[in-house]
Design a protein around this ligand. Structure first.
Ligand SMILES: [Ca+2]
Length: 322
């Protein structure tokens, strides 16, 4: 079986941790490195949470610290959602390993240069690190095999404002740089695919506990604060796990049931700041230049519209049973 090479960019809180665990436990995936970006957590706490997760999986995957603030906006964290430590207030012990002192941009650049068109980049946080990478070496970025982004909400409601999903809202300028990069295989897995029927029900959480595995317990325990927040703030019963859903899409190609390519833009200003607008019907192509904002006609992003919820959950279970 061919080994696939992954690189993960994350603002590690509780659902990121489960997504990282999934990639580390997936049989034919080699995670080359994990870069931390400011988002859910300040980078120091994100790094700690990522290293704890790597150690839980008995791996030595290097963790690199990236951008400690968005390109333009001020820092916004989400401890109110994920708990003060980002891990449901579980107060896990400090990891034994230190983060790498290397610059993740140079490390990723070297990996891509050694493995052109072979590396899958999965992003689980705001896109600041990736925008910085593009600004440093666009050509290298274009030589990634694919980019899977947990982010946005394709023409639908947001979770942090009525219009915007958290990751894109945190650093919309960075998202725009990534979306406009010219890479021909960028896929967005929006928040709308990670709620409702994608949420784990009480029975499904009990099912995971019934594995009696350390990783299964960890996956549910560290998300308890997120479970309550989801219920209380968003009125969405069950446990939503956006980053693991995006990771399932990256790991298992059958999870996505409907995907198509569109022009996607990011709103940079005003009350819809951070909103992802998808030209769902390609109207910009029918009447190019009819509107000053919609004069572009290229399709830049693969937009996921539907996933197989049973298969995403099976993909998750597979990595927690061990
Ligand atoms: Ca995240």
């Amino acid at each position: 079986m061919t080994t696939r090479k992954f690189f993960i960019d994350t603002d590690t809180a509780s659902d990121d941790a489960v997504a990282i665990l999934m990639a580390l436990e997936w049989e034919n995936v080699d995670v080359l490195g994990i870069s931390i970006v400011s988002g859910n957590m300040p980078v120091e706490q994100g790094s700690k949470n990522a290293r704890y997760t790597v150690e839980l999986c008995n791996k030595t995957t290097p963790v690199y610290i990236g951008a400690d603030k968005p390109l333009v906006k001020k820092r916004e964290h989400a401890d109110w959602f994920h708990g003060p430590d980002g891990m449901g207030g579980m107060n896990y012990p400090d990891p034994i390993s230190e983060e790498s002192g290397e610059n993740f941009i140079e490390v990723l650049e070297n990996h891509i240069s050694s493995n052109p068109n072979e590396i899958t980049l999965v992003t689980l946080g705001p896109l600041t690190n990736i925008a910085n990478f593009i600004k440093h070496n666009l050509q290298s970025f274009l030589e990634l095999k694919e980019v899977i982004i947990m982010g946005g909400a394709a023409n639908t409601v947001g979770n942090v404002t009525p219009a915007a999903e958290y990751n894109i809202w945190c650093d919309p300028e960075a998202a725009k740089i990534v979306f406009d990069s010219g890479h021909n295989n960028i896929t967005i897995v929006g928040w709308e695919l990670c709620r409702g029927g994608a949420n784990l029900t009480e029975d499904e959480m009990d099912f995971i506990y019934s594995f009696k595995s350390e990783k299964g317990d960890f996956a549910i325990d560290c998300n308890k604060h997120a479970l309550d927040s989801s219920k209380n703030w968003l009125g969405d019963p069950g446990l939503g796990l956006p980053d693991p859903v995006a990771m399932a899409v990256a790991l298992n190609e059958n999870v996505v049931k409907k995907v198509s390519r569109h022009y996607v833009d990011v709103v940079l200003d005003g009350p819809a700041r951070g909103m992802t607008i998808v030209d769902q019907l390609h109207v910009g192509e029918n009447e190019p230049h009819i509107d000053e904002w919609w004069s572009r006609t290229e399709r830049n992003i693969n937009v996921c519209w539907e996933i197989d919820n049973s298969l995403w959950k099976e993909t998750l279970y597979k990595t927690l049973r061990v």
